[in-house]
Design a protein around this ligand. Structure first.
Ligand code: PLP
Length: 477
């Protein structure tokens, strides 16, 4: 036991975790990509499953697939796996290490629950993150130099959709489309670029976009040129699972990637859903759209990753089961109701919102245009009162990455804590009060002037008083 002789209670890491628990409990998390996981999800993440190596995949061979496959292909939402079979049968597998009897059953549960949740023919639950999931899909379908049509980062797309600082952008040739004045996707531009450039992938996905994409329209464009239709639904996966946002896989998209930790409320990780043929990943399949699920399995492992994180996969399985419960639909509905209420109250206070409001969980405020204060200054001031959000570029931003004109916020985390429209009014009021103090201070440095500091502290105490009434799941009192 010599390796374990450290007195861990003296390790400052544990004190820092305690301090972070306090910060989370006493503040309000408004970053739209964050959420709070359940105690069960936490338990699986901290389990001994982390000890196991399990490169490769479990198999479903020998289970009753025939009826399941028919139902999957019709994308019937009432499709139901026989969980008993999935979780009890010990089957041959495609793994490179022994000792997989329990791991296979855990991963099969995660896969089958994800497929059910998102009406997909196939799920790969192994991506370590959203970035890894996207990378694997590009690798599955493209050759170096191939074109990928994706949303401009400055208009709300994600770094992994072709930002020049990423590895993918050095391998593939990204072409970007943007949004219109009204904040919607520029469908005419997407069509024009798709026809002219003939990209191998058309990608719809975003980190700061407040409308609902017209997936059917984009699918039609993709079908004209035979492109792989890929949706990165990292932000809205929980809304899709909760039935308040359309599912791109129901509109002809071949692949959907997502993170599992945002609105979906699972552990930090990635997930790839796809429609098409399912077969052993050991045999190299033909490079066809129908074979995309098999190509993806091979692209995740061994293509871009090594051993899967089975403790995280177990936690994903738990969160998928949670998302399959009827109360998750109420949660998803409330996220959107809260976002709309928060948006309305912010507009009433004079904040100018990108796209005029929101149809999902995200809000993007152009604070520079509204009040002449940049996003970073405002983010830091809000931090001082326990309201956490992030500075963010708005379309056409001249402020650069470190002084963008906007801030981005959202409601998944505060909705998990049970907050409703009344609290949204209160949060908007505090945000306006903090903005008034920023205007009074005139600069970030002046936020520490005694008079301003005192006023900020008054708001901070009120934020704490409200926050502690709404418990964070997984934090013991
Ligand atoms: C749309 C989108 N895709 C991918 C990612 C990357 O996810 P991760 O941070 O897990 O790599 C994000 C993260 O914010 C995202 O918003």
């Amino acid at each position: 036991m010599s390796n374990f002789s450290l007195n861990t209670s003296e390790d400052p890491i544990f004190d820092l975790i305690k301090q972070e628990e306090k910060r989370q409990a006493e503040g309000l998390e408004l970053i739209p990509s964050e959420n709070y996981v359940s105690a069960n999800v936490l338990k699986a993440m901290g389990s001994i499953l982390t000890n196991k190596y399990s490169e490769g995949y479990p198999s479903f061979e020998g289970l009753n697939w025939s009826e399941a496959e028919t139902n999957q292909r019709n994308h019937e939402t009432n499709f139901n796996w026989n969980e008993d079979q999935v979780s009890t049968q010990i089957l041959p597998n495609y793994r490179y290490y022994g000792g997989q009897t329990n791991i296979d059953r855990i991963e099969r549960l995660a896969i089958s629950r994800a497929m059910k949740l998102f009406h997909a023919d196939h799920a790969n639950v192994q991506p370590h993150s959203g970035a890894n999931a996207n990378e694997a899909v590009y690798f599955a379908w493209c050759q170096p130099g191939d074109k990928i049509l994706a949303m401009n980062l400055g208009h709300g797309g994600h770094l992994t959709h072709g930002s020049p600082v990423t590895r993918s952008a050095k391998i593939y040739n990204f072409i970007s489309y943007g949004t219109t004045e009204s904040g919607d996707l520029d469908y005419d531009e997407i069509e024009k670029l798709a026809l002219a450039e003939q990209p191998k992938i058309i990608l719809v996905g975003y980190s700061a976009f407040m409308k609902i994409p017209d997936f059917a329209r984009i699918a039609k464009i993709g079908q004209k040129i035979g492109a792989l239709l890929m949706a990165d639904m990292a932000h809205v996966a929980g809304l899709i699972a909760g039935g308040v946002h359309p599912n791109p896989l129901d509109y002809g998209f071949h692949v959907m990637t997502t993170t599992t930790h945002k609105t979906l409320r699972g552990p930090r990780g990635g997930l790839i859903l796809s429609n098409g043929n399912i077969a052993s990943p050991l045999k190299k399949p033909e490079h066809t759209l129908e074979n995309i699920p098999i190509l993806i399995d091979r692209a995740v492992f061994p293509g871009t990753q090594g051993g899967p994180l089975e403790h995280i996969i177990a936690a994903k399985a738990i969160s998928f089961l949670e998302a399959l419960q009827p109360d998750f639909q109420d949660y998803a509905k409330q996220i959107v109701l809260n976002a709309k209420a928060l948006a309305k109250n912010l507009i009433n206070h004079g904040f100018e919102l990108q796209g005029g409001g929101t149809d999902n969980h995200l809000i993007l405020i152009n604070v520079q245009k509204s009040f002449g204060i940049d996003g970073k200054f405002y983010e830091r001031a809000l931090d001082l009162v326990g309201l956490t959000l992030n500075a963010n570029a708005v379309p056409g931003d001249k402020g650069g990455a470190f002084r963008p004109s906007g801030v981005r916020l959202g409601t998944p985390a505060i909705t998990t804590r049970g907050m409703k429209e009344t609290e949204m009014q209160q949060i908007a009021d505090w945000m306006k009060q903090v903005m008034d103090l920023c205007l009074k201070a005139g600069s970030e440095e002046n936020l520490s002037n005694p008079e301003i500091k005192q006023d900020l502290e008054k708001i901070h105490q009120a934020v704490i008083a409200l926050s502690i009434k709404f418990k964070v799941p997984g934090i013991k009192e």
